[in-house]
Design a protein around this ligand. Sequence first.
Ligand SMILES: [Zn+2]
Length: 239
Amino acid sequence: MPEINDEGQELLLKARVIIIGAGGLGCPLGLYLAGAGIGEITLVDNDIIEISNLNRQIAFTNDDVGKSKSETLKVSMNNLNPDVKVISIKDRLSNENISELFYKKNLVVDCTDNFETRHLIAKECLAQKIPMSFGAAVRQEGQTAFFLAGCNESIENSNKQKKPCYACIFPVRPKGNIISRCSEAGILGPITGLISSIQALNVIRYLTNQKVSETLILWDGLSFLEIKTTNSQNCPICS
Ligand SMILES: [Zn+2]
């Protein structure tokens, strides 16, 4: 592809990406990013594979039940592409480890399932000027957005238009179905594939200097809805 070429492939090889969550979104994302040839990918997840995960966590098989998610996804990614350096962190993201884990990363991909962790990620991304790809999926619904808050202050200042962060759009825990955990609410497997594929596309496009979609994209089970995102002056994180 002319948009990638050798130059783009080199950019991907030099990139360091961290994926928070090696579950429904993290599995397809990890496989796509390994296949794309991203040089270093860190996986953060302290969870264990359960049989109920297998409808959507496509890097795992029946034989993997009971094993670590981040370790097993690392094996699947390296089976696909042994040249990718995959670092597995069997831990939860916390106030204590986040700043070291995000240090010198080019991009953070949120594949978690809770609001508090997303605020933690958004805050650290702003502090370290790293873009954040956000994804969420439950039942038959999903949403994704790419946030560039603080990543290019010179452009923001010249346009007098600050970029939004995750908390500009979701300042407080959203009400309704979309934030329910999959383990409680249930989920159709392909919805995580749909949302994580959009995330993976944005990650590859961003790292190869292509324009990325900055709108909030929602899938309600039947169709897409796209919502323009703007910076909030009352944002609990970036204002
Ligand atoms: Zn904000």
